[in-house]
Design a protein around this ligand. Structure first.
Ligand code: LLP
Length: 431
């Protein structure tokens, strides 16, 4: 177990959380390397180890710092980046460019130039316009690049509206309409500078039902067939995206095999029946590899009881380090780390320190009776927590520490006040 209680104190991957809070300060993001490795191994077992010609490309947006890129590199994964910044960070971490894939609905010319210059593995192209930008850059630099087209299969999946992307009405990818997609495919196949490999879809995030993935696979197979009929072109690679749901509070995480095996079985069977070689298959999980591994430690400050209404427990972080409750009404579970053996029977609302009523981390949850100075641990903050952090109200972004079997290593230093103002200038007219 990653979470353990010893003498009333919460331990995380073998580390005393109170000592972590003392040593590194709070708020603090803590990542369990053991949990990340367990997730990677579970995914490999039912996917890359089980089926040949498959790859896992970790979606860096979930948590994309140099340390994590190193870990993914060591474990043999590829990564998926979506900006020049993520690409730069990965390259700086020494990540092999040929194992980097680049997604995004509006990649900038300088970002495409960087990607082509570095010689990354794949660009997932969002439309025909982007194809011609890429071709121009390749010609200018005398380079070639492998690409896939991102398609929107038009299936609905069940998650928060902001994180559902597979429906037709979406700013991502290309709709399946023949008059739009087919000329783009024709152009990519004929291109002298891009090597067209196939298709990509990503349906949404935090999904618990595999039906939208399976529906999308059927649509993908039809498209592969159409591409063969129309252009005599055999698709060499498909990318099935990410989106596998994790446990925040009461959810039961589905094993990765629940998503991956039925998709793989269907694809394998399809090509076996036709007597053709099946395309290489790539997936792009983000949240499911790092989400459950991360937690945040806070220090309790003011406690305010509004009689007959609600008791607020304020902590020294909040929406700047975790925007998800405010943005998606996301729910979390927590524990007072220094009272971990005490019964959680106080119903409280944990709020942050920002000047916003929406800065609530957990609403009406049962917690151990909190007092000023206690350390609150909030679980499952590993995905889209640090990566969506801001300096709102000029709060510095917390440090990130990696823990494993009692060992602790700093992965990101806490921002200082000076760090926050280092790009600020007083206009000449104000001096
Ligand atoms: N591939 C593509 C093209 C994506 O857009 C995403 C996520 C992923 C892979 C990884 O999805 P995952 O396995 O992490 O579900 N900020 C939101 C989540 C946004 C997801 C965006 N795309 C949140 O905090 O819930």
């Amino acid at each position: 177990m990653i979470e353990q209680v010893k003498e009333g104190v919460l331990y995380y991957d073998g580390c005393n959380t109170i000592e972590l809070a003392e040593k590194f300060g709070t708020p603090l993001y803590v990542y369990s390397e053991t949990d990340i490795l367990n997730k990677i191994n579970e995914m490999k077992e039912c996917f890359t180890d089980k089926y040949e010609r498959t790859r896992i490309a970790y979606a860096a947006k979930a948590f994309g710092v140099m340390g994590i890129f190193r870990l993914m590199e060591r474990e043999g994964l590829c990564i998926d980046v979506v900006s020049g910044g993520e690409l730069y960070t990965a390259i700086k971490a020494g990540f092999p460019p040929e194992r980097i894939e680049f997604n995004g609905n509006n990649k900038q010319i300088h970002e495409l130039e960087m990607a082509i210059e570095y010689g990354i593995g794949r660009i997932i192209v969002d439309g025909i316009e982007e194809l011609s930008l890429i071709e121009d850059i390749c010609k200018e630099k005398s380079k070639e690049i492998s690409i896939l087209y991102r398609i929107t299969p038009g299936v609905r999946s069940d998650s928060h509206d902001y994180i559902v992307t597979g429906k037709k009405d979406s700013q991502f990818g290309m709709p399946l309409d023949d008059h739009i997609l087919m000329p783009a495919v024709d152009a990519a196949i004929k291109s002298e500078v891009v090597d067209f490999k196939g298709y990509h879809f990503h349906l949404g995030s935090q999904l618990f039902d595999n039906s939208s993935h399976l529906q999308a696979v059927e649509i993908l197979l039809e498209l592969i067939e159409k591409t063969k009929d129309k252009f005599g072109f055999e698709v060499e690679e498909v990318n099935l995206g990410g989106g596998f749901g994790i446990r925040y509070t009461t959810e039961v995480r589905k094993p990765f095999s629940y998503f991956l095996e039925p998709m793989m079985e269907r694809i394998e069977e399809y090509f076996k029946d036709k007597g053709r070689i099946r395309p290489e298959v790539v997936i792009e999980p983000g949240r499911s590899l790092v989400g459950e591994a991360g937690m945040t430690l806070y220090t309790v400050g003011n406690i305010k009881e509004i009689e007959g209404i609600r008791k607020y427990v304020a902590v020294n972080g909040g929406m700047p380090d975790n925007i998800r409750p405010a943005l998606y009404q996301a729910k979390y579970r927590g524990i007072i780390a220094n009272k971990a053996s005490v019964e959680a029977n106080d119903i409280v609302t944990v709020c942050g320190k920002c000047c916003e009523s929406g800065d609530v981390l957990m609403r009406d949850v049962a917690l151990q009776k909190a007092e000023r100075g206690d350390v609150l641990a909030v679980f499952t903050t590993g995905a889209y927590g640090y990566s969506m952090a801001s300096n709102y109200n000029k709060n510095p972004i917390p440090a990130v520490v990696l823990v494993k079997d009692g060992r602790t290593e700093l992965m990101v230093k806490r921002q200082s006040y000076d760090d926050m103002i280092k790009n600020e200038l007083i206009p000449e007219s104000m001096r």
